[in-house]
Design a protein around this ligand. Sequence first.
Ligand SMILES: [Zn+2]
Ligand SMILES: [Zn+2]
Length: 271
Amino acid sequence: MRDLQIRHRDRHALREGYSPAVRRFEIASIVVFALVMAWLASVIAPRAVSTPWLALTAFMVGFVAADFISGFVHWLADTWGTPEWPVIGKALIRPFREHHVDAKEITRHDFIETNGNNCFISTPTAVAAALLPEGTAWFFVAAATFSMCLAIFGTNQFHKWAHMDAPPAAVRLLQRANLILPPEHHAVHHSPPYARYYCITVGWLNEPLFRLRFFQTLETAVTRVTGLIPREDDIGKRAALAVAEQPPPPLPKIVLPSLPEAAAGPFPKPE
Ligand SMILES: [Zn+2]
Ligand SMILES: [Zn+2]
């Protein structure tokens, strides 16, 4: 992988893409998101108090869903399109491309630049969840959506903390407990060609998705249909082609206990 000759975009040009208009847009997104989430919380609160286990299950489902979405959106932004595209290019693709060129830049972003994007993405979903009808199943969907939007809101912050040399002690504790993205785990994504471990909320889904060749299969399908080369704009055509032509990662070996051992079970047989 060393001779891939990866050619990134210019770091300064990527930074200049962060215009005052983008910043105003981010501030508005954060304000609207906070209002909508307070509304959604007030909608689900009465039922969450009366059925706490159902609510907790929904919250867990939402958290895992956020991890998946963080991976999917990150994969989209890393792999396809260019920062020159209007709106999506400037707001979504540019920060991810900049992040590969200068991984520490994210640690210099303030609260608004870190979190504005995700607030914008989550707001319509949170509105839809607040408008769901009554009923147990709909409550589950609304509670899962609340937790998902909250975790998506946290995602860039967790990602930023994973790149900080000295994050706050409480954050380090959560990272060690694997409850938010651990830095050692995320470092796998930052080794060229940046083609795996896309999930950045907590990273629980990274290894399963890698083993299932999830993103690799999607890339093959997109290339077949459109002829596009994945991550050509990010690392240059030559490196992108080399990565696309690599054989898929090996599937894990499932080691089953041999038959006599399995029959004997974990406990010794009584005499
Ligand atoms: Zn990336
Ligand atoms: Zn990163």
